[in-house]
Design a protein around this ligand. Sequence first.
Ligand SMILES: [Cu+2]
Length: 286
Amino acid sequence: MNFAPAIEVVRGSSGMKISSNPRRLLGAATATLLSVLPLSVLADWGLNLPRGVTPFSNTVYDLHMMVLWICVVIGIVVFGAMFYSMWKFRKSKGAVAANWHESTLVEVVWTTLPLVILIIVAIPATKALIMMEDVANADMTVKVTGYQWKWHYDYVDHEGVDFFSTISQDSNVARQKNSGVDPFSVQNYLLDVDNRLVLPTNTKIRFLTTAGDVIHAWWVPALGWKRDAVPGYINESWATIQEEGVYRGQCAELCGRDHGFMPVVVEAVSPERFNAWVAEQQAAAE
Ligand SMILES: [Cu+2]
């Protein structure tokens, strides 16, 4: 598609005249849009939602994509109708404004259609919400407590396994004023901790989230959710991590001066390796 001349016209017009050839300009705009749209490009730039590693995060991703495409179709239809009408029925061609007042048909259509679309979106969204709240039949429980500015993890079913998790020393040094350390030289700057939350894969893990001082929020994007950690309250959530790996997150509630310096690092390992790790921790605690 040849759209260079249209762009030249736009550049040379200094805002006085948009284009001598509107059809060419429309072609240029469409070509530009289509070249930007492919979602693989968005994913490569990190603009799209990550898919995550839990059944819930995948559900959220699919929901997000469905709603996105519905919005894209609505956008194309609405703006298409607008631009087409403005072009086809322009005053210079002698068009006269139509009278749409008190048209029952139009009013019924524009009330019903959005309602139907909302119901179509609400059904899978409600299913996802119910799925998120269903913490029943969990295989193990981890109690997460937020403090200014660290996390405490308590493996409720494994006696003697509980510890604090604070920002890693190299990040902590680099973040200080006039530290002389280039943050870019620190691996996983502000996203690394001393003690990782080690969890088994393919196990339904229930999280009990609370806080010891102010409100924090425990957030690991790969799990697909974040949960407020509120003093005096216990919030429940769950995750079944399907892939081994290291997943990073942060406190997502403005909790004070060092809010930005209380990262979360989850290390998902096989259930066998997890049991070995638990045994190690228990032996060390004795
Ligand atoms: Cu916090």
